[in-house]
Ligand binder design. Structure first.
Ligand code: AMP
Ligand code: ZN
Length: 461
């Protein structure tokens, strides 16, 4: 069955046609490792994982590169402000290389917890400075740049068109610019390819431009080229990459080889919190660890993300997380329920479920519809191993690790066991008010409470 994906380049849903049937080559813009990833960032990697899994489910092999930005990303995407790594180094009074190692490890641990299928190649910018230097030299040689005292700029006026993804022309950009652009640039959309390092700049390398460092956009072009060639299938990122970072990647590639690097460009929309932006100042910026501390296992956050298509914004609330927690539990229970049975489910019925699921995931990763098929399977009143195997198959895309799920024994947290003992004592002493008070606390904590001859019996709802 064909896969349809929405291509930002053409602004259309298109049938996916790989360059090589045997192996799909793709590139995903990865994190800048200057702080812990927040759950908005993590949505981007859950989308990346979802795409990987859908392509694999369709039988494709993948060669997929994700970069780790550990140098050169200024505070704004448009070459303004300080280098994010340097800023973090000052904040934490550490070497920027140490910062990069620490937050890269934390990022990889987070995506592992979310059961993200890791790309085949994870490439750190600082380990590819030579590759970037070769790449930029060719852009310079091809006449797509100019040099000021401290920066080599890409000259966007040398292109047939700059702004192919966001479909804006340079005049529109000028009109929309918030600040006067740096006067050393010839055109507002020009951007830094290589930058001379100021005296106190720690991350710098000896290069054709003296002690210097690459512009942020260069790493993706250069590493994409190194591992995937000058044209590959899919390029992914967040919607924030469309107007600058990805336009600049395309510009660089045009300057380097005359080609647009990828045929399909896919972008994931942002996660919102309570209908608004996430920010430190609003005190609503959460990491995966924050969610864990609030009692949500990472896979609950994964489940939550299936409630929306990747091209739509998703609104994070703790109510929605509670619903995702219940849903994940229901799915696991359904999986176990079907393990017990040998009731008859026809091969036609299985085939129909499979077709509907495949149709949904191949329709630009329509996970809400795919999940509705999953629920139909869970709710099928006939307990059947065939249905269990089907859920296992679907889990290749869902990534909820069903095969390792076993029913948890009813192990109670210590404080709950203590409350149960106190309630039993209260009942022995016929202190009904105290017994009722403790019962209410147990219920508030999500337990059902029953009285038996042996005393209080509690169970997690
Ligand atoms: P950064 O580490 O800042 O370069 O961002 C890593 C990724 O997270 C990028 O692909 C962004 O597009 C993405 N991103 C940032 N904020 C959000 C958000 N609120 N929702 C979804 N993706 C986001
Ligand atoms: Zn990138």
């Amino acid at each position: 069955m064909s896969i349809k994906i929405f291509n930002t380049l053409t602004r259309k849903k298109e049938e996916f046609k790989p360059l090589n049937e045997k192996e799909i080559r793709m590139y995903s813009c990865g994190p800048t490792v200057y702080y812990f990833a927040h759950i908005g960032n993590l949505r981007a990697y859950l989308f990346m994982d979802n795409l990987r899994r859908v392509l694999k489910y369709n039988g494709y092999n993948l060669k997929h590169v994700m970069n780790i930005t550990d140098v050169g990303h200024l505070v704004s995407d448009a070459d303004e402000g300080e280098d994010k790594m340097m800023k973090a180094a000052k904040r934490e009074n550490k070497d920027p290389f140490e910062i990069a190692q620490f937050y890269m490890d934390a990022f990889l641990a987070d995506i592992d917890k979310l059961n993200v299928d890791r790309p085949e190649i994870i490439a750190r910018a600082t380990e590819h400075i030579d590759v970037m230097e070769e790449y930029v030299k060719k852009i310079i040689e091809n006449g797509f740049s100019y040099q000021t005292e401290d920066t080599v700029y890409f000259d966007t006026s040398k292109l047939d068109k700059y702004g192919v993804l966001s479909n804006r022309n340079v005049d529109e950009q000028k009109a929309g610019a918030r600040v006067e652009f740096d006067q050393s640039k010839r055109n507002i959309s020009d951007f830094a390819l290589w930058i001379k390092a100021p005296e106190n700049h720690i991350m710098k390398w000896d290069s054709f431009f003296g002690k210097s460092y690459p512009g942020w956009h260069l790493e993706c072009s250069a590493m994409g080229y190194k591992y995937l060639g000058d044209q590959f299938d899919i390029h992914t990122g967040g919607v924030d990459h469309i107007p600058i970072h990805h336009e600049n990647e395309i510009a660089q590639s045009k300057g380097f080889s005359g080609k647009t690097p990828a045929n399909y460009w896919m972008h994931v929309e942002f996660l919102q919190i309570n209908g608004g932006k996430m920010s430190k100042s609003l005190n609503n910026l959460y990491t995966l660890k924050d969610l864990e501390e609030k009692g949500y296992e990472p896979l609950v956050y994964r489940m939550f993300n299936f409630t929306s298509n990747y091209r739509a914004q998703i609104n994070f609330t703790f109510e929605a997380m509670d619903a995702a927690k219940v849903a994940l539990n229901r799915l696991r229970e359904g999986y176990l329920k079907h393990a017990e049975g040998n009731e008859d489910v026809s091969d036609e019925a299985i085939k129909e479920y499979e077709e509907k699921f495949l149709e949904a995931i191949n329709d630009d990763l329509n996970m809400p519809v795919a999940m509705s098929v999953v629920w139909d399977v869970v709710k099928n009143p006939n307990k059947s191993k065939k249905l269990q195997n089907l859920l296992l198959k679907f889990d290749e895309v869902l990534g909820l690790d069903l095969k390792n799920y076993q029913k948890q024994e009813n192990v109670l947290p210590e404080e709950i066991t203590k409350l149960v003992q106190e309630r039993n004592e209260a009942r022995t002493n016929k202190n009904w008010a105290e017994s009722d008070r403790i019962r209410d606390i147990l219920i508030e904590n999500g337990y059902t409470v029953k009285d038996s001859k042996e005393g209080t019996i509690v169970e997690k709802q």
